[in-house]
Design a protein around this ligand. Structure first.
Ligand SMILES: N[C@@H](CCC[C@H](N)C(=O)O)C(=O)O
Length: 286
């Protein structure tokens, strides 16, 4: 695999960081090399460093297409912090000069609305679409139709866990005090728990009030990250479903804050996510 000359930009969304590559004009990294290339690009010592790699791709069904790979080389269905970075990148680089755009992802079409200040993109509101709590759709091996705030045995303890998919799968665990959680111990144990055949993203959440919470994340295929947009979306929706949060909630993540507005559509719960994105630098692999 030779990546010499590969152009990329480095971005982050509240500290969740990504190299982003524009493949919209055609294939840049051959499909067979993508997993290995992403492992290299995300490597913090031998590569660029990142919690995943984002790709801009052509689309036949939306304005533009979006893919995301984890640092272990697996492809995720969706990435929430990544899609805000994606919106900033495609607007800023003139790939799509639209303040509202539809984006094809592996988990359906999402819409991004960009707020500009002096023609600079500053804020991104994304319709993250609807969610499901149905265990076969997460997927989760369980006798229960929905796994809502239910006991899950993990190593030496039991966590009341809610399993949800917003396109990608998340385990949401509401606790009294997130500072008491050993995320390095329990994160990987839940990610690879036998009940989650496709693994899962893990989030510990403390409710501050009906409109505010704080959370810690262990991401599938990545480990501890400073933020997870789909995880925060899942937290807002799960908290609403369990009666812990109102429809409007501000979530504090280690890297920054995200704002959510939960809505109901055809008996399912969805959410709008609002937050920033930051271009850090442009680069080229030597
Ligand atoms: N950081 C992301 C989620 C990235 C994908 C995740 N690790 C998975 O495998 O599902 C976000 O901001 O949503």
């Amino acid at each position: 695999m030779d990546l010499k000359g590969l152009k990329f930009s480095k971005m982050h969304g509240i500290g969740n960081d990504f190299p982003i590559i524009n493949e919209s004009a055609g294939e840049v990294i051959p499909e067979a090399d993508k997993a290995e290339a992403c492992r290299f690009l995300c490597h913090r010592h031998f590569g660029v460093g990142g919690d995943g790699v984002l790709f801009v791709t052509p689309s036949d069904v939306a304005d533009i297409g979006y893919r995301m790979f984890n640092p272990d080389g697996s492809e995720a269905e969706m990435c929430g912090n990544g899609i805000r970075c994606f919106g900033d990148f495609v607007y800023r680089k003139g790939i799509l000069k639209q303040e509202k755009m539809t984006v094809e992802t592996k988990s359906g079409i999402k819409t991004i609305e960009i707020t500009l200040e002096n023609d600079e993109p500053v804020l991104f509101k994304v319709d993250m679409g609807t969610s499901t709590f149905k265990t076969p759709e997460i997927p989760m091996a369980s006798d229960m139709d929905e796994f809502l705030d239910s006991p899950l045995e993990v190593l030496d303890t039991t966590f009341n866990t809610t399993a949800i998919s917003v396109g990608n799968p998340h385990a949401i665990i509401f606790v009294d005090n997130i500072d008491e959680i050993d995320i390095d111990k329990y994160g990987p144990a839940i990610e690879t728990h036998e009940v989650f055949p496709e693994k899962i993203n893990v989030h510990f959440v403390e409710v501050i009030s009906k409109n505010e919470g704080k959370m810690l994340t262990w991401e599938r295929g990545a480990g501890v990250t400073l933020a997870c947009g789909t995880g925060a979306t899942s937290t807002a929706i799960s908290g609403f479903k369990l009666g812990l949060f109102d429809s409007e909630v501000l979530l504090h993540l280690p890297g920054g804050d995200l704002k959510f507005n939960v809505y109901e559509k055809e008996e399912e719960l969805g959410a709008f996510m609002e937050g920033p994105a930051q271009l850090v630098f442009d680069g080229e692999i030597q």
